[in-house]
Design a protein around this ligand. Sequence first.
Ligand SMILES: [Ca+2]
Ligand SMILES: [Ca+2]
Length: 198
Amino acid sequence: MKRLLMAMVAAAALATPAALVLAQDAFKDDVDKTMKVADTNKDGKLSGDEAKSTYKEREDALNAIYRESIGKDASERIDEIYKKYDGVISYRDFLKADGDDDMTVTREELTEFYARTNTKHSKGPPKLSDKDFEVMAAEELDEMWPRLLKFDADKDGKLSREELIKFAASEMKESEKRMMESELPRIMEPPPVEKDGK
Ligand SMILES: [Ca+2]
Ligand SMILES: [Ca+2]
């Protein structure tokens, strides 16, 4: 029994390099697809801007189709878009794939990302690092900053508690308005007809 266990341990140790090679082969297609569509300047690696812009291109194309074809079957055009942008990754996945947090994703990092996403990888699924959260928070704040500054009533470049409350209230008002608008079509639909018996 002990001997069998030792043989298994030895086999597992031997298997590691082969498993790595296997992972590279197994995910080569995924890596190729992503690089083909997202590495727009063809330097062999992905930047955050490349990930963001190609993902946005796909979302914009899909949204345009959805808008144009309300009530019509657009599945063929939608399939085409998914095929054209096969392999694009979101900015969030870009950050997860960027294992060393240097804001560049290499083929090796992408292989590791796909291996960890699609197999029971020993390191578990890829996660966002503390740095990734800071990057996302900073970008969100940059986007919010001009809106925030409008509430700096005394123009001292700082926001007091009262000014921040006014900002938060205005954001809540906007989101409430959007929610009401999205609920509107539902409210205007006639109530479903009760089927008799059930
Ligand atoms: Ca690139
Ligand atoms: Ca990196």
